[in-house]
Design a binder for this molecule. Structure first.
Ligand SMILES: [Zn+2]
Length: 196
Protein backbone atom coordinates (compact mmCIF):
# COMPACT_ATOMS: atom_id res chain seq x y z
CA UNK A 1 0.00 0.00 0.00
CA UNK A 2 1.14 3.54 -0.71
CA UNK A 3 0.46 6.65 1.33
CA UNK A 4 -2.33 8.90 0.03
CA UNK A 5 -1.00 11.53 -2.36
CA UNK A 6 -1.49 14.47 0.02
CA UNK A 7 0.56 12.72 2.69
CA UNK A 8 3.30 11.85 0.20
CA UNK A 9 3.46 15.52 -0.70
CA UNK A 10 3.69 16.55 2.93
CA UNK A 11 6.61 14.14 3.35
CA UNK A 12 8.30 15.71 0.36
CA UNK A 13 7.82 19.14 1.98
CA UNK A 14 9.51 17.98 5.16
CA UNK A 15 12.33 16.45 3.14
CA UNK A 16 13.13 19.88 1.74
CA UNK A 17 14.25 20.95 5.20
CA UNK A 18 17.95 20.67 6.01
CA UNK A 19 18.94 17.46 7.74
CA UNK A 20 15.61 15.70 7.12
CA UNK A 21 15.84 12.40 5.31
CA UNK A 22 13.07 10.17 3.97
CA UNK A 23 12.51 8.25 7.21
CA UNK A 24 12.35 11.37 9.38
CA UNK A 25 10.01 13.07 6.90
CA UNK A 26 7.72 10.06 7.10
CA UNK A 27 7.74 10.19 10.89
CA UNK A 28 7.07 13.96 10.95
CA UNK A 29 4.19 13.77 8.48
CA UNK A 30 2.52 10.95 10.41
CA UNK A 31 3.01 12.83 13.66
CA UNK A 32 1.38 15.98 12.27
CA UNK A 33 -1.73 13.90 11.54
CA UNK A 34 -2.18 13.47 15.28
CA UNK A 35 -2.27 17.22 15.96
CA UNK A 36 -5.45 19.17 16.63
CA UNK A 37 -6.68 21.12 13.65
CA UNK A 38 -6.02 24.48 15.42
CA UNK A 39 -2.42 23.48 16.05
CA UNK A 40 -1.91 22.70 12.39
CA UNK A 41 -3.52 25.98 11.41
CA UNK A 42 -1.17 27.90 13.71
CA UNK A 43 1.79 25.99 12.27
CA UNK A 44 0.78 26.77 8.70
CA UNK A 45 0.15 30.43 9.59
CA UNK A 46 3.58 30.74 11.17
CA UNK A 47 5.24 29.29 8.10
CA UNK A 48 3.51 31.74 5.82
CA UNK A 49 3.81 34.75 8.12
CA UNK A 50 7.53 34.19 8.62
CA UNK A 51 8.05 34.35 4.92
CA UNK A 52 5.78 37.38 4.47
CA UNK A 53 6.93 39.45 7.45
CA UNK A 54 10.65 38.84 7.39
CA UNK A 55 12.76 40.82 4.99
CA UNK A 56 16.46 41.36 4.44
CA UNK A 57 18.02 44.51 5.85
CA UNK A 58 18.85 46.85 3.00
CA UNK A 59 22.21 47.63 4.62
CA UNK A 60 23.57 44.31 5.81
CA UNK A 61 21.25 41.44 4.69
CA UNK A 62 20.39 40.59 8.29
CA UNK A 63 16.78 39.55 8.83
CA UNK A 64 14.40 42.29 9.86
CA UNK A 65 10.73 43.19 9.84
CA UNK A 66 11.50 46.74 8.69
CA UNK A 67 13.65 48.18 5.95
CA UNK A 68 16.74 48.17 8.14
CA UNK A 69 17.64 45.86 11.01
CA UNK A 70 17.96 46.97 14.64
CA UNK A 71 21.75 46.69 14.53
CA UNK A 72 22.06 49.00 11.52
CA UNK A 73 19.66 51.46 13.12
CA UNK A 74 21.55 51.52 16.42
CA UNK A 75 23.53 54.76 16.41
CA UNK A 76 25.67 53.66 19.34
CA UNK A 77 27.29 50.95 17.26
CA UNK A 78 30.55 51.54 15.46
CA UNK A 79 30.03 52.11 11.74
CA UNK A 80 33.70 51.70 11.03
CA UNK A 81 34.08 48.05 11.98
CA UNK A 82 32.22 45.43 9.97
CA UNK A 83 32.03 41.75 10.79
CA UNK A 84 31.40 39.58 7.73
CA UNK A 85 29.40 36.42 8.40
CA UNK A 86 27.86 33.75 6.20
CA UNK A 87 24.46 33.64 7.78
CA UNK A 88 22.12 35.25 10.25
CA UNK A 89 22.66 32.47 12.80
CA UNK A 90 26.16 33.77 13.38
CA UNK A 91 24.93 37.30 14.11
CA UNK A 92 22.54 35.90 16.71
CA UNK A 93 25.39 33.95 18.30
CA UNK A 94 27.89 36.84 18.35
CA UNK A 95 25.23 39.20 19.71
CA UNK A 96 24.57 36.78 22.56
CA UNK A 97 28.25 36.91 23.48
CA UNK A 98 28.16 40.73 23.53
CA UNK A 99 31.74 41.05 22.34
CA UNK A 100 31.20 43.08 19.19
CA UNK A 101 29.99 46.66 18.94
CA UNK A 102 30.38 47.19 15.20
CA UNK A 103 28.08 46.39 12.29
CA UNK A 104 27.63 43.19 10.31
CA UNK A 105 27.45 42.12 6.72
CA UNK A 106 25.86 38.81 5.74
CA UNK A 107 27.50 37.52 2.59
CA UNK A 108 25.05 34.58 2.12
CA UNK A 109 27.37 32.65 -0.13
CA UNK A 110 31.12 32.22 -0.29
CA UNK A 111 33.00 33.10 -3.43
CA UNK A 112 34.00 30.07 -5.50
CA UNK A 113 35.40 29.76 -9.02
CA UNK A 114 31.98 28.49 -10.11
CA UNK A 115 30.21 31.80 -9.57
CA UNK A 116 29.71 34.24 -12.41
CA UNK A 117 31.25 37.69 -12.03
CA UNK A 118 27.72 39.17 -11.87
CA UNK A 119 26.90 36.93 -8.95
CA UNK A 120 30.16 37.82 -7.17
CA UNK A 121 29.39 41.49 -7.73
CA UNK A 122 25.94 41.06 -6.30
CA UNK A 123 27.34 39.36 -3.21
CA UNK A 124 30.09 41.80 -2.33
CA UNK A 125 29.48 45.13 -4.04
CA UNK A 126 27.27 46.47 -1.23
CA UNK A 127 30.01 45.61 1.25
CA UNK A 128 32.74 47.34 -0.74
CA UNK A 129 30.55 50.42 -1.16
CA UNK A 130 29.79 50.51 2.52
CA UNK A 131 33.46 50.23 3.43
CA UNK A 132 34.26 53.26 1.28
CA UNK A 133 31.22 55.30 2.26
CA UNK A 134 31.77 54.90 6.00
CA UNK A 135 35.56 54.92 5.86
CA UNK A 136 35.58 51.56 7.57
CA UNK A 137 38.74 50.87 9.57
CA UNK A 138 38.45 47.12 10.04
CA UNK A 139 36.68 44.17 8.48
CA UNK A 140 36.53 41.10 10.71
CA UNK A 141 35.91 37.87 8.85
CA UNK A 142 33.95 35.39 10.94
CA UNK A 143 33.47 32.94 8.10
CA UNK A 144 33.87 29.21 8.34
CA UNK A 145 37.56 28.31 8.19
CA UNK A 146 37.52 26.51 4.87
CA UNK A 147 38.92 26.97 1.39
CA UNK A 148 35.73 28.78 0.39
CA UNK A 149 35.94 31.11 3.39
CA UNK A 150 39.61 31.81 2.72
CA UNK A 151 38.91 32.46 -0.98
CA UNK A 152 36.15 34.91 -0.11
CA UNK A 153 38.39 36.72 2.33
CA UNK A 154 41.31 36.91 -0.12
CA UNK A 155 39.02 38.17 -2.89
CA UNK A 156 37.61 40.97 -0.76
CA UNK A 157 41.04 41.85 0.67
CA UNK A 158 42.42 42.19 -2.88
CA UNK A 159 39.61 44.52 -3.92
CA UNK A 160 40.32 46.68 -0.90
CA UNK A 161 44.11 46.55 -1.18
CA UNK A 162 44.31 50.27 -1.95
CA UNK A 163 41.91 51.26 0.81
CA UNK A 164 43.01 52.04 4.30
CA UNK A 165 41.19 49.15 5.95
CA UNK A 166 42.55 46.45 8.22
CA UNK A 167 41.44 42.92 7.34
CA UNK A 168 41.28 40.52 10.26
CA UNK A 169 39.92 37.05 10.89
CA UNK A 170 39.16 35.02 13.97
CA UNK A 171 42.29 33.71 15.69
CA UNK A 172 43.22 30.04 15.85
CA UNK A 173 41.14 27.96 18.19
CA UNK A 174 38.29 27.43 15.80
CA UNK A 175 39.14 24.13 14.10
CA UNK A 176 39.56 24.16 10.33
CA UNK A 177 36.40 23.29 8.40
CA UNK A 178 34.22 23.52 11.49
CA UNK A 179 31.33 25.92 11.46
CA UNK A 180 31.63 28.27 14.43
CA UNK A 181 28.05 27.36 15.32
CA UNK A 182 29.42 24.11 16.71
CA UNK A 183 32.22 25.62 18.73
CA UNK A 184 31.65 26.54 22.37
CA UNK A 185 31.05 30.25 23.16
CA UNK A 186 34.29 30.69 25.16
CA UNK A 187 36.43 29.51 22.24
CA UNK A 188 34.58 31.89 19.93
CA UNK A 189 34.96 34.77 22.32
CA UNK A 190 38.69 34.13 22.59
CA UNK A 191 39.10 33.72 18.82
CA UNK A 192 37.17 36.93 18.29
CA UNK A 193 39.06 39.02 20.79
CA UNK A 194 42.44 37.70 19.61
CA UNK A 195 41.66 38.26 15.94
CA UNK A 196 44.46 39.40 13.69
ZN1 LIG B 1 21.24 45.65 8.97
Amino acid sequence: MKYPKVLEELMENFQQLPGIGKKTAERLALSVLKWEEEEIEAFADNLLNSKKAIKRCSECNNITMAEKCDICLDEKRDNQVICVVEDVKKIIMLEKLQIFQGKYYVIEENITPFLTSEKIDQLIKPLIEKVRENEVKEIVFALKLSIEGETTMAYIAKLLAEDDVKITKLAQGVPHGVDIDYVDPLTIEKAFLERK
